[in-house]
Design a protein around this ligand. Structure first.
Ligand SMILES: *Cc1c(COP(=O)(O)O)cnc(C)c1O
Length: 427
């Protein structure tokens, strides 16, 4: 773990902000205001990232192209729509550690997960189970159980859930590996989060992949809380497939376009079963409208429909900012911001809250999950009280407040003020 020298004085925050090489990126975002017009302290980038100022310009450009060219905008203008989504490829590949041919922006996360399970969950009578975690995001659970049923299996006997140990909050890699060791022969597919949404725990993706592949399972990761948050090397780690949304740490707006990763060794395999549509068909002959489907080599071959240009536009804006800031620098700042938050909470509030997110650098991203040691009504009131004071965080039943200082737009002073406010709320 990196060692830092923090104090509880406001001067520490001021010095850290003054020396922050990424400080200017804050000016690239719009911040929400309260009813009196006061800027709020936004610590909720894990749920919905803030709007990049450049997003409006990029959306307006496409509104303009539509005005000016109509259907011809597919092939005219600065960024023709025919290949518009391909402008996202390099930025996404960079963030997930993939070859460009392994990633595609399309649909939304849940839809992509279904599409990739069609290709990667290929159960047999001997090997048909799916491994998830007990606290899986509900949508992931619904998706997986409906896939089991689609293939005629009963989730009661075909779904395996790994969970934290009694009295613990986060998953242990060794426990996941042990389940794989014991039951791996019957497991067709493993689906786990990169970063767990509730606890903020970053899983050891590389070790899990290794353990699962030794047992012959395919492995997918849900990167909703990981992309744009933690370093990823999907290609090198040999991940089979992954999916994400772009409205959390990727700041591309509510319901914006999702994405997925298909490892090269699968992406180039035309024989993998898939649900096909015209946009996944060979680009040269797409408009000749042949009857036989010929997939584009790579992850693009999983596309079904032509992409929504107006949600791709803000993602272009956001990926530019990630590229300009540099992910390694963002991660360095993120670790320091989060360590600072943890330090202040420890100093001011150690008897009132527990941070359930793992402390080691490799075990977390931006988010810390705080368990409030108070009866549930009071704990919930704390979250409301924070909101009334202008701090945007979020509340998860029964007793968790999630807080995420985001290195692209949060400051050390935000963290300092949050810790003071929480301290006052819990006095
Ligand atoms: C946010 C989130 C989703 C959202 O799915 P959509 O299909 O974009 O609605 C799914 N899974 C996890 C783990 C999430 O955190």
């Amino acid at each position: 773990m990196t060692a830092y020298h923090f104090t509880t004085d406001i001067q520490t925050a001021q010095t850290l902000d003054a020396n922050d090489p990424l400080a200017s990126f804050r000016n690239e975002f719009h911040f929400p205001h309260n009813a009196e017009g006061r800027t709020q302290i936004y610590l909720c980038g894990h749920s919905l990232g803030l709007q990049p100022k450049r997003a409006a310009m990029l959306i307006n450009e496409e509104l303009h192209h539509w005005q000016q060219h109509g259907v011809e905008a597919h092939f005219q203008g600065e960024r023709p729509w025919f290949s518009y989504h391909e402008l996202l490829t390099d930025g996404l590949a960079e963030l997930v550690g993939a070859l460009p041919l392994e990633v595609i922006a399309m649909n939304s996360l849940g839809v992509n997960l279904h599409l990739l399970l069609i290709s990667f969950y290929r159960p047999t009578q001997q090997r048909f189970k799916i491994l998830i975690e007990r606290n899986a995001f509900p949508s992931d659970r619904y998706i997986v159980t409906s896939q089991l049923r689609l293939h005629g299996f009963d989730p009661a006997t075909s779904l395996i859930e790994v969970s934290a140990r009694e009295g613990e909050d986060t998953l242990r890699t060794e426990d996941i590996l042990e389940v794989l060791q014991c039951e791996g022969e019957a497991i067709a597919t493993v689906l786990l989060p990169g970063v767990q949404y509730l606890t903020g725990e970053l899983l050891d993706i590389k070790a899990i992949i290794h353990g699962a592949h030794q047992q012959g399972c395919t492995v997918g990761f849900d990167l909703a809380h990981a992309i744009g948050n933690v370093p990823l090397q999907l290609h090198a780690w040999n991940v089979d497939f992954a999916v994400w949304c772009s409205y959390k740490y990727l700041n591309s707006g509510p319901g914006s376009i999702g994405g997925c990763f298909v490892h090269e060794r699968h992406a180039m395999n035309d024989d993998l079963p898939r649900l096909a549509g015209w946009w996944g068909h060979d680009k040269e002959s797409r408009f000749a409208m042949p009857n036989d489907f010929k997939p584009i080599p790579g992850a693009q071959g999983w596309q079904i429909s032509n992409p929504p240009i107006f949600t791709c536009a803000p993602l272009i804006a956001s990926l530019e900012l990630f590229h300009e800031a540099g992910f390694a620098q963002l991660r360095t700042k993120s670790l320091q911001l989060t360590a600072y938050l943890r330090f202040l909470l420890q100093e001011l509030l150690s008897n009132k809250i527990t941070v359930i997110t793992p402390q080691r650098d490799e075990g977390h991203g931006c988010q810390l999950s705080l368990r409030i040691a108070a009866p549930v009504d009071q704990a919930k009131a704390v979250h409301q009280n924070l909101l009334d004071r202008g701090f945007i965080t979020d509340w998860r039943e029964p007793d968790i407040i999630r807080v995420a200082p985001v290195p692209l737009y949060n400051r050390y002073i935000d963290v300092w003020q949050f810790a003071q406010a929480l301290h006052e709320c819990l006095l």
